[in-house]
Design a binder for this molecule. Structure first.
Ligand SMILES: Nc1ncnc2c1ncn2[C@@H]1O[C@H](COP(=O)(O)OP(=O)(O)OP(=O)(O)O)[C@@H](O)[C@H]1O
Ligand SMILES: CC(=O)N[C@H]1[C@@H]2OC[C@@H](O2)[C@@H](O)[C@@H]1O[C@H](C)C(=O)O
Length: 416
């Protein structure tokens, strides 16, 4: 039994999800108990700075250092707070805050071409048109991916005096992988079923899935995972735009539910390259961000949609892109789909997924005993625990890495 803290702020940049978890076992005997889970919202000014950088704002190295420190401090504070009233943790797994993600291959599978503010690349700035990009010159190796998470583990380890593992994506990327998604291996051990094939669908800012076949024969070799595309990112940006910043998300999907999706637009948007790119694939706000929303708004002009219709249409894009990913790339459809992440609280989105998936039940991971809100934070606690035991954390079938690797860098929790 080991008390571990998992910390992550995801692509929604809404705050730091912290989980204090009691972990035992290692793979099929892996067990977790969530002792405490809390979201600590970022101070408004820090959130705005992070979002601006994610949207492509150019900052100086000094500003980058300042941002890194502010994030590390907020993560260390979250680690301290989540332990209140509990036995102290012996390990922290801190994902940090992604501010930039470029998938490998240099083909723009999600990391290129969104043309955000500050974007200086001389490429097609239309996020809807930019896709597979130009091939690398003959003889040159495909470029590795790059993924930058802020919130240095060394600072968290020092401030908390707890050994901290961070920078989880770098090892997978060095082995040629996407560096994402990393949660599917944890999902596999916590959520597999002896008879049922399951999809675990995270709907955060970005959506990702883990496909877990029934737990028999060589099931582990058949697990898949990839980023499906937008989760809530476009919805949140649209709500912010439509309310001039007064609201930042569509609570329970109520606003979208009062509108009607424009299906021709959804069909048009589903032609976008990312949805047709075979896995392994990953993406981020670099593609499904501000510039993407603006292109959507432009496309929607000729239909003269109301605000509610626009939100219903963007919600439909999220739901339909998830289902299109399943139908195109899964060896077979799952028997059950379990949602997690903030989007699982969007009742209209959940309803649309259920309609599109017809007879396949759409549930949440809460219904099988794993917190839908804190699953990602729990997963980074488990990844740290594995790293500490010398157990690899990536799933090459999900990330495309050439091999299993140890994920994360260890900073000992010693104070001078
Ligand atoms: N009650 C709710 N109704 C509708 N949407 C909600 C609700 N609660 C949360 N959300 C959505 O969930 C988002 C946050 O989800 P989550 O914390 O899972 O994302 P994330 O972890 O930042 O992203 P990612 O998984 O891509 O890294 C919010 O920005 C909002 O859009
Ligand atoms: C670069 C990065 O932070 N990617 C996130 C993001 O958020 C959802 C999706 O895109 C996912 O694949 C990944 O995170 C989760 C935690 C993962 O690695 O499994």
């Amino acid at each position: 039994m080991t008390y571990v803290i998992g910390l992550i702020s995801g692509t929604s940049v809404d705050g730091i999800d912290a989980a204090l978890v009691d972990i035992s076992g290692t793979d099929l005997d892996l067990k977790i108990e969530l002792l405490a889970g809390e979201t600590y919202p970022y101070p408004v000014e820090l959130r705005e700075r992070i979002l601006a950088v994610c949207a492509g704002k150019a900052i100086s190295m000094a500003e980058l250092a300042e941002l890194d420190d502010a994030i590390a401090l907020a993560f260390a504070q979250a680690a301290q707070n989540i332990q209140n009233g509990h036995k102290p943790a012996s390990l922290i797994g801190s994902h940090g805050q992604t501010i930039y993600h470029r998938p490998p291959g240099g083909g723009g599978e999600g990391g290129k071409g969104r043309g955000g503010e500050g974007e200086t690349r001389g490429i097609d700035n239309s996020p809807l048109l930019y896709g597979r990009g130009s091939p690398a010159p003959l003889g040159s190796p495909a470029p590795l991916g790059y993924s930058l998470q802020l919130g240095r583990g060394a600072v968290i380890a020092h401030l908390t005096a707890i050994t901290t593992i961070s920078n989880f994506r770098a090892g997978d990327i060095a082995a040629g992988g996407q560096g994402a998604p990393l949660v599917p291996r944890v999902d596999a051990y916590l959520l597999s079923h002896p008879q049922e094939g399951r999809c675990i669908q995270n709907i955060g800012g970005i959506g990702n899935l883990a496909y877990i076949p029934p737990r028999r024969d060589n099931w582990l070799e058949k697990i898949l995972g990839w980023d499906t595309g937008p989760g809530n990112s476009l919805l949140d940006l649209a709500v912010h735009h439509l309310t001039a910043g007064a609201k930042i998300y569509d609570e329970n999907g109520n606003w979208a539910a009062s509108g009607t999706p424009c299906h021709p637009l959804v069909e048009q948007w589903l032609n976008q390259d990312y949805f047709h790119l075979p896995p392994p694939k990953s993406t981020g706000r670099e593609l499904f961000g501000v510039a993407y929303l603006h292109q959507c708004l432009k496309d929607a002009e000729i239909y003269q949609l109301s605000s509610a219709d626009l939100l219903a249409t963007l919600t439909e894009l999220t739901a339909a892109s998830i289902v299109q990913n399943y139908r195109t790339f899964l060896p077979q459809m799952p028997q059950q789909v379990f949602l997690c992440g903030g989007g699982s609280r969007n009742l209209y989105l959940k309803h649309r997924l259920q309609i599109l998936l017809q007879s396949i039940p759409v549930l949440t991971t809460d219904e099988v005993g794993l917190s839908a809100d804190f699953k990602e934070a729990i997963a980074f606690a488990v990844l740290a625990y594995w790293r500490n035991l010398g157990i690899p954390g990536n799933l090459p079938a999900a990330t495309g890495a050439s091999q299993e690797v140890l994920l994360g860098e260890i900073c000992l929790g010693t104070r001078d």
